[in-house]
Design a binder for this molecule. Structure first.
Ligand code: C2E
Ligand code: CA
Ligand code: CA
Ligand code: CA
Length: 273
């Protein structure tokens, strides 16, 4: 019987192996990448819809892989979340963004820099401490920074999340809801949270989207709640013109620029001067 068992294991192991081993290998690689500082923060410009003025930038992490080149976050953030590494990576991105914001401010470019927070970071009891330490260490002004959270963070309605968000807001951080409209939004819940910005998902911007007519309502709602509205994924002049008629405040998207390395972003800043 013992032999049979061994045989069975040998029979199904290879299939199991590939998926699990690939994932484990990736998680280990990510651990090393953090140690070896292979990550890099890119910045996508955010502009005022009415004036075209550069208002800020969203920090978006990249992995500069020694063999695979520049890797997009969609392929490694989930593995970071599953393996408990996102708190560390997220803190690193926030610290980079805080330093970058200060550096730009000192050079006369006053920009609001936004940083993505994973829902997993809210599950980490050390989140507030970590953020406080970054503020102290960098000397940044949280009022110049914005934290982007997803609707899923708010859906639990739990007291812990409310307290953490209130504490972050009290420190001065702006709080934005990312990909707004793609989750199961109960619009009424928004007023229970210290939100300052709604970032509407690019599916609301697309002229071929069924969701487009809702954008006007989102802007109206935001006005009523005193929130700013930022449109994401703006790719055409038609979309920008339409957003202007809707009263949207700011936008970002390939129409102006993809996320850029710091060097490339500073090239853009100098061109704007
Ligand atoms: P997101 O926060 O919704 O970021 C916007 C994504 O849309 C970015 O992809 C950006 O490059 C892309 N994008 C910008 N403009 C356009 C456009 O005009 N058209 C289209 N089609 N796409 C546009 P990216 O940089 O690959 O990031 C993907 C996602 O990875 C982000 O979505 C965010 O959820 C996550 N992410 C990125 N950096 C971080 C990070 O530091 N921490 C965490 N937790 N998540 C991050
Ligand atoms: Ca975002
Ligand atoms: Ca988004
Ligand atoms: Ca997203």
């Amino acid at each position: 019987a013992k032999d049979e068992g061994r045989h069975r294991v040998a029979f199904f192991m290879p299939a199991l192996n590939t998926a699990v081993q690939t994932r484990l290998a990736l998680e280990n690689e990510l651990r090393q990448a953090l140690q070896q500082q292979e990550f890099e923060v890119f910045y996508q410009p955010r502009l005022d819809v009415a004036t075209g003025r550069l208002m800020g930038a969203e920090a978006l992490v990249r992995w500069r892989h020694p063999e695979r080149g520049l890797v997009d976050p969609g392929t490694f953030i989930p593995a970071c979340e599953d393996s408990g590494q996102i708190s560390k990576l997220g803190a690193w991105v926030l610290e980079q963004a805080a330093r970058q914001q200060l550096h730009w401010r000192q050079r006369g470019w006053a920009l609001t820099v936004s940083v993505n927070l994973s829902p997993c970071q809210f599950a980490d009891p050390a989140l507030l401490q970590t953020v406080q330490a970054i503020v102290l260490e960098t000397g940044c002004d949280p009022q110049d920074l914005e934290l982007e959270i997803t609707e899923s963070v708010l859906l639990g309605h739990d007291e812990h999340t409310v307290q953490v968000l209130n504490a972050l807001r009290d420190m001065g951080f702006g709080i934005s809801i990312d990909d707004f409209g793609t989750g199961y939004s109960n619009l009424a819940y928004l007023r229970h949270y210290p939100i300052t910005v709604l970032k509407i998902d690019r599916s609301f911007v697309d002229e071929h989207s069924q969701a487009r007519p809702i954008t006007g309502l989102i802007v109206t709602l935001s006005r009523a709640l005193g929130l700013r509205v930022v449109a994401e994924g703006v790719e055409t002049v038609e979309q920008l013109d339409w957003l202007r008629t809707q009263g949207c405040d700011e936008f970002q998207g390939f129409l102006v620029s993809p996320p850029l390395s710091v060097t490339a972003f500073e090239g853009l800043l100098k061109a704007c001067d």
